[in-house]
Write a protein that binds this ligand. Sequence first.
Ligand SMILES: NC(=O)c1ccc[n+]([C@@H]2O[C@H](COP(=O)([O-])OP(=O)(O)OC[C@H]3O[C@@H](n4cnc5c(N)ncnc54)[C@H](O)[C@@H]3O)[C@@H](O)[C@H]2O)c1
Length: 342
Amino acid sequence: MINIGIIGYGYWGPNLVRNFAETPGASVYAVADLDGKKLEQVQRRYPAVKVTSNFLDLLNEPRIHAIAIATPVSSHFELAMAALKAGKHVWVEKPITETSLQARKLIDEAERRKLTLIVDHTFVYTGAVRKMREIVASGDLGSVYYYDSIRVNLGLFQRDVSVISDLAVHDFAILDYLIGEHPVAVSASGMTHFPGTPENLAYITLFYGSGTIAHVNVNWLAPVKVRQILLGGSKKMIVYDDMEASEKIKVYDSGVSFTDDPQKIYQLRVGYRSGDMWAPKLDTMEALRVEGEHFVKCVEAQERPITDGKLGVRVVELIEAATSSMRGRGETVYIQRQEGNS
Ligand SMILES: NC(=O)c1ccc[n+]([C@@H]2O[C@H](COP(=O)([O-])OP(=O)(O)OC[C@H]3O[C@@H](n4cnc5c(N)ncnc54)[C@H](O)[C@@H]3O)[C@@H](O)[C@H]2O)c1
């Protein structure tokens, strides 16, 4: 049984407590939050769980094996490093840290101590994204031509991070998992409509060496909630609408083909294919629950999580590149990959 201590019981922390409370092999031992009212909520809902306003109480408790961190991004590095140094496995919310340098330090520390470090990129564990990866990996989609995402709503404005760190991170992690390739360049435009606050909308383009292109549109100032991804391949195309109650994924047997036949040079050279559409059956288990079980298994078997620190640092590199491009009004930022840790 892995005893977990959770730091942060704001908007997201309660989801972690609820899921870990139901995850086989895991037990929620204690929750820390600076806000006494949040701790009262924990006590009302989970009378057996200990509460404290001081996260050090969790780190000093030998019966706690793992720490889950669901605090604002600016505190992730300090808390995760302290937890690793106390010998605890770490679950940290997305994005792993504010900077890629901080993320690399966490990876080093976890590796040196042989501790598990997982970053909660929840979308990667959804039935829909896992099915998309299955279709891409099987070759059924063909070459991935493009990824086009719209992730907009009247969002929770964050004080410390822009909409890129809040929403585009989901796409950066999904892309990494789906196509297993890191972009070579990024171009982004964005805007804040409220002086003194981080950008509340952004349009990000990612260029890949293989020729894949991705576009991500994120916005906290939209009147409706849209969560839609188009994934276009040379053989098939997928539409993923996360707002659909069922049939979140639709696979279209659509595409075009070009002929180079000199005999047909005066005829139409483009052939259009518009075949069947089907909606594959998806695993409906809550993504956090799937991820929680994966975390427990990784801790027990000393396996590397799917969303490990290295995936986390690649995502932060994209946040940094996109933010730098956005502040330069869309100038292209080339990505220099560092050897070693990622
Ligand atoms: N995986 C996802 O899909 C997802 C969704 C939403 C948020 N998040 C992530 O979860 C994290 C938290 O976001 P949120 O929206 O819940 O924030 P929040 O501000 O609602 O909650 C943060 C909580 O942490 C507490 N806290 C801060 N510093 C602390 C400390 N040193 N010790 C103890 N408690 C402390 C605060 O009192 C607050 O209750 C962020 O990293 C965010 O990116 C992830």
